[in-house]
Design a protein around this ligand. Structure first.
Ligand code: SF4
Ligand code: SF4
Length: 324
């Protein structure tokens, strides 16, 4: 698709401005893009969110309790915001760790997605400014602002929410990170995605921590939360559920039938550091901070930090010692 005369700023001919933005997003490496009208979140969604937070099922993630006015109205995040462009980027790795090694969640194999997605979304904003609307004001987010990203992903049509809580992209699966570009340009919104999981219960049946049921997801039981967000030592029950998971957990995604469509990412930023494939339980015993930096620098693993990673490592190693 050819870019319009940038002086005209308003596309003419058979391609709409929405077509041009979508084409550019794909060129920039996004796998899916959808547009939603920026407006306050409906009351029933606000109530459901508040109920989850109050119930404690989101765990000790204090930030989820803050800035509700921003979370419930995107125009508070960006004055004059008219459209929310939702973006998804594939991180499904082309190479995987040995199953017997201490496991790291796939999204943390490569470069920290927060930076990758935000940078790419900023490029999309630049494109819009240069080709569509010279006066556009925008803000890019990648899990970096109080915004209900899964609500907007559904509303913009890029995916539907599975029972596991993950956004499922039709015929693509769940191994995607999400981003949002809020802009002051008015765009034609896409239709929301109305698919559902139906009778499938694979994620519920296979979750090692019983963190999912038909009513939703309990972060306080989830191994991803326990190995990344929580700072307390893991108790014996939690350690028993870990299997060999060191950082995060992909089980509910691995069993999801929609991931039969998963394709290895071509995104160079998400290519794993080769040193990750040398990580074994034997060298985990002696992993010092320098080695940790060599393997995980620039990845999302820094969220847990060396101390957090070693806390999970201690639980894993203690469990293995008991078995020996
Ligand atoms: S990430 Fe793992 S522990 Fe958490 S809900 Fe999914 S399967 Fe369960
Ligand atoms: S495993 Fe089944 S129930 Fe769970 S998210 Fe995937 S389709 Fe939905």
């Amino acid at each position: 698709m050819r870019i319009r005369d940038s002086k005209a700023m308003v596309p003419t001919g058979k391609y709409s401005k929405e077509d041009l933005i979508k084409e550019e997003a794909l060129r920039l490496g996004f796998s899916a893009i959808g547009i939603a009208k920026a407006e306050p979140i409906p009351d029933e969604i606000k109530e459901a969110y508040t109920k989850q937070v109050v119930s404690g099922k989101y765990g000790n993630m204090e930030y989820l309790r803050r800035n509700e006015h921003l979370r419930f109205d995107p125009t508070e995040l960006l004055e004059g915001c008219k459209s929310i462009i939702c973006l998804a980027m594939n991180y499904y790795p082309p190479l995987k760790q040995d199953k017997e090694a201490p496991q790291v969640a796939y999204y943390a194999y490569g470069r920290d997605y927060h930076k990758v997605v935000k940078k790419r979304s900023d490029k999309l904003l630049k494109f819009i400014r240069e080709n569509i609307d010279k006066d556009v004001i925008g803000r890019s987010f990648a899990d970096s602002a109080p915004i209900l990203e899964r609500y907007w992903a559904v509303k913009s049509g890029i995916g539907f929410r599975g029972k596991s809580g993950m956004i499922i992209l039709p015929r693509k699966g769940t191994f995607f990170v999400l981003g949002e570009l809020l802009i002051t340009t008015e765009l034609k919104p896409d239709k929301p995605n109305t698919f559902e999981c139906g009778k499938c219960t694979k994620c519920i049946d296979n979750c090692p921590a019983k963190a999912i049921d038909e009513d939703g997801f309990d972060a306080t039981k989830c191994l991803s939360y326990l190995t990344i967000e929580q700072s307390d030592e893991l108790n014996d029950t939690q350690a028993g559920q870990l299997g060999n998971r060191l950082y995060g957990c992909d089980t509910c995604q691995k069993v999801c039938p929609h991931n039969r469509f998963a394709q290895a990412t071509k995104e160079t930023e998400f290519m794993p550091n080769k040193l990750l494939f040398d990580l074994s339980f034997e060298n985990l015993k002696h992993l010092d901070e320098q080695q940790y930096i060599k393997i995980f620098a620039g990845t999302s693993v820094k969220r847990a930090g060396y101390k957090g990673l070693m806390r999970t490592a201690r639980a894993l190693l203690k469990k293995r010692n008991k078995k020996d």
